[in-house]
Design a protein around this ligand. Structure first.
Ligand code: G6P
Ligand code: MG
Length: 217
């Protein structure tokens, strides 16, 4: 096999995307404004720092450096409290079937996530050891839509970028995969993720035939 697969984490493997939204929204509400679901789409895949910059901009807030740090810390504590009790049952529907197929067929796969919480989350889901490589928010200096995270993942898989297939739920992530020259598969609303090479609402719509086909392509 000459192809590698790269998974985003939040909103692809596990349904943490809604908890990121709830935690940011609570923070914004405390500051006296709100974030819409539409605005939240622009936060998906975006690093913690850039998310906060974006949100403060929407609320027309300027804060000191120390207040910025405090907001990031308290958002993350709130987020971690919301996801504290995760286990295998929190894998998004259909994901396990695909991971099992890849594992059984020795097809290498990597994580390419902006999150600095990725490793503890994968541990909680009991799938950390199944990844050939894990590249997360602690390993990159340039956030999605910059392709850095996926390019490092490809290198760790020993694959050329054009032989990598990326599963993404975010606009920024699909763009990053496309810029890297990889095959992008959008998971979620196909209107929002229209730049992806392929679109699926979720993993229950992806059957093994499709995976086999794309691995052979
Ligand atoms: C993912 C999520 C974003 C989140 C980012 C950083 O890309 O889609 O919503 O802001 O990771 O996550 P972290 O867990 O480090 O705050
Ligand atoms: Mg995501």
């Amino acid at each position: 096999n000459s192809k590698g697969i790269i998974f985003d984490l939040d909103g692809v493997i596990v349904d943490t995307a809604k908890f990121h939204y709830l935690a940011w929204r609570k923070m914004a509400n405390d500051l006296g404004f709100d974030i819409t679901l539409e605005q939240n789409e622009q936060l998906k895949g975006v690093s913690r720092v850039h998310s906060l910059e974006q949100i403060l901009g929407w609320g027309n807030k300027t804060v000191s450096e120390s207040e910025f740090e405090r907001l990031m810390t308290s958002k993350n504590e709130d987020y971690l409290a919301r996801i504290a009790h995760m286990d295998e049952a929190d894998l998004l529907p259909g994901v396990k079937k695909v991971l099992d197929y890849l594992t059984e067929n020795n097809i290498p796969f990597a994580l390419g996530s902006a999150s600095k919480n990725a490793r503890p989350i994968l541990k909680g889901l009991d799938i950390e050891k199944r990844f050939t490589a894990i590249v997360d928010g602690n390993d990159v200096t340039k956030a999605k839509p910059n392709p850095e995270v996926f390019l490092i993942a490809a290198e760790k898989l020993g694959m050329a970028p054009e032989d990598c297939i990326v599963f993404e739920d975010s606009v920024a992530g699909v763009e990053a995969a496309n810029v890297a020259g990889m095959i992008s598969i959008g998971i979620g609303d196909s209107e929002i993720l229209k730049q992806a090479d392929y679109n699926f609402a979720d993993f229950t719509e992806i059957d093994i035939d499709f995976i086999e086909k794309i691995l052979r392509k």
